[in-house]
Design a protein around this ligand. Structure first.
Ligand SMILES: [Fe+2]
Ligand SMILES: [Fe+2]
Length: 146
């Protein structure tokens, strides 16, 4: 599997998790209880798959390759993507802390807010505009002379 295909497949999985988080948020808003195991699985995916594995592939492989081809790290699409990854990490941490509160007390307000913020941010990061940008970066990478 090519590196770009691997990234595309990751995005499909991340979109599925975003849809699961939307459902969790909706259920919480409707007063339903969410089992700890479901919340812990969502957190595990968001931290270990999205942040570490997927963003790792982009940050340690795709972006450095683009830089080697002459794309600047500062002030362009790479800087924008790195910034958005940092925000993703912070928002995932908010889900972790609000999940602890929810599990300890049943209080769901913070958890709903942190899930909704995460969903909104990651959805934008995976939006068509950003996907077009990623495709443009990949085309740039493939056509630029060595
Ligand atoms: Fe990505
Ligand atoms: Fe990304």
């Amino acid at each position: 599997m090519s590196a770009t295909e691997s990234l595309r497949r990751d995005h499909v999985l991340i979109e599925k998790m975003i849809n699961a988080l939307k459902t969790i948020s909706l259920l919480l808003k409707n007063g339903k209880q969410i089992p700890d195991s479901i919340l812990n699985q969502a957190i595990d995916f968001s931290i270990n798959f999205t942040n570490t594995c997927h963003h790792g592939k982009e940050e340690e492989s795709l972006f450095p390759t683009l830089e080697k081809k002459g794309m600047p790290r500062e002030g362009g699409p790479i800087a924008r993507m790195l910034y958005e990854h940092e925000i993703t990490k912070e928002l995932a941490n908010s889900i972790v802390s609000s999940t602890k509160i929810y599990i300890a007390s049943g209080e769901q307000t913070e958890l709903v807010k942190s899930i909704d913020d995460y969903v909104q941010h990651v959805s934008l990061h995976l939006s068509k505009r950003n996907q077009r940008l990623l495709l443009w970066l990949i085309c740039y990478l493939m056509t630029k002379k060595h």
